[in-house]
Design a binder for this molecule. Structure first.
Ligand SMILES: [Mg+2]
Length: 361
């Protein structure tokens, strides 16, 4: 299981329907992908996805510079590999660009480890279950009209989702946000839960006021109500609402999550695989959250998160944002509100090599 070679590439996957997120135009999903091949000829792959070209080349360069440090190590020692990379790059880390650069390598190592043993990662990490509730997250932008939002909600319900997440935070009054939730809920029909993501747009007082109106309207989680840098404010919002505050996707390390959890500022810790630096540290944060009685969720990359979340006892739900579907032969299957863990070795995913060639830049 010794690592023989590592390839790193940048891929640009153009979108059929560009959109705006956080005030920025998004026209493509940018990937930094690492492929790790062992001496026995097993190849694992991993990637991070960004919505913006800026720094993608820089991250790929950093990943390429780190990769040779892994030559000769075994894919059966991902923890040791992660520590070696983090230590080597600690001049610009921990966190930031270094974690993004490590993540594709770490994910690829786990994939190759699982493929070598022909075991799914979900089982290697604990095997708590083989499927998880999933929610639709793409296509509910705040820029949509109420009619467009309703159409989007109807499509998601028809596709088998039992939960959807709307972007909010841009209406002048709480009543406006409630109207958006109601339009989506009415269109999706009974049995479809509505979650909201305010993408850090509110002040604390505004978040509490709007959050109360939204929970009254039946919303089941409120994501990123205020800036992630305001942990005390986040804790005030969390303590004022009955529904959980979900947050954490902007955090880069276990110590950031320690502060968040100690402040009782979240009911669902969202762990971003790129920012945390891959599967290895993701597990540490998930375990710590379990100790605090806090659920965890992922952030994008559903095909990877379905494994990680299925493995841990405190998982809540997978966010379905299929940003890499065009690069894969198949995505995990959605059935009746759940995402099913692929049964193959590693992450159980295979690259579509034609697509990989086409999208490589
Ligand atoms: Mg979010």
């Amino acid at each position: 299981m010794k690592i023989k070679s590592i390839d790193v590439r940048v891929l640009k996957v153009p979108l059929d329907e560009p959109y705006t997120a956080g005030g920025r135009a998004v026209g493509a999903n940018w990937h930094v992908m690492a492929e790790v091949t062992t001496e026995d000829g097993v190849t694992g792959f991993g990637y991070i996805v960004a919505l913006n070209e800026l720094f993608i080349g820089t991250v790929a360069t950093a990943t390429r510079e780190l990769a040779p440090l892994l030559t000769g190590m075994s894919v059966a020692e991902p923890e040791a590999a992660w520590r070696k990379l983090a230590r080597a790059g600690d001049w610009i880390g921990p966190g930031g660009l270094l974690h993004y650069a490590i993540a594709p390598l770490d994910i690829a190592i786990w994939d190759a480890f699982g493929k070598s043993l022909n075991l799914p990662i979900s089982r290697m990490l604990g095997g708590t279950r083989d499927r998880l509730p999933v929610y639709a997250s793409d296509g509910f932008w705040y820029s949509l009209s109420l009619d467009e939002l309703a159409a989007s909600a109807r499509r998601a319900a028809e596709a088998g989702f039992r939960a959807i997440k709307l972007r909010v935070g841009h209406e002048p009054l709480p009543e406006g946000e409630v109207r958006r939730v109601q339009a989506a809920s009415d269109a999706a029909g009974p049995g479809v839960s509505i979650m909201v993501d305010a993408t850090e747009t509110w002040t604390v007082t505004r978040a509490i006021r709007t959050g109360k109106a939204l929970q009254e309207a039946g919303v089941v989680w409120i994501e990123d109500p205020v800036s992630h840098t305001d942990i005390a404010g986040m804790a005030r919002v969390a303590g004022s609402l009955d529904v959980p505050v979900a947050t954490g996707e902007h955090l880069y390390g276990i110590s950031d999550f320690t502060r968040l959890l100690e402040a009782r500022a979240t009911g669902v810790a969202l762990i971003d695989l790129g920012r945390i630096g891959g599967v290895t540290p993701w597990r540490h944060v998930a375990s710590m959250a379990h100790g605090f009685g806090v659920q965890v969720g992922g952030h994008v990359l559903p095909e990877i998160h379905v494994h990680l979340l299925s493995a841990v006892p405190n998982a809540r739900v997978v966010e379905y944002v299929p940003r890499s579907a065009a690069l894969l032969q198949t995505m995990p299957e959605i059935a009746d509100g759940v995402l099913i863990v692929p049964s193959g070795g590693g992450f159980g995913l295979e690259l579509d090599q034609d697509a990989v060639r086409r999208f490589t830049v």
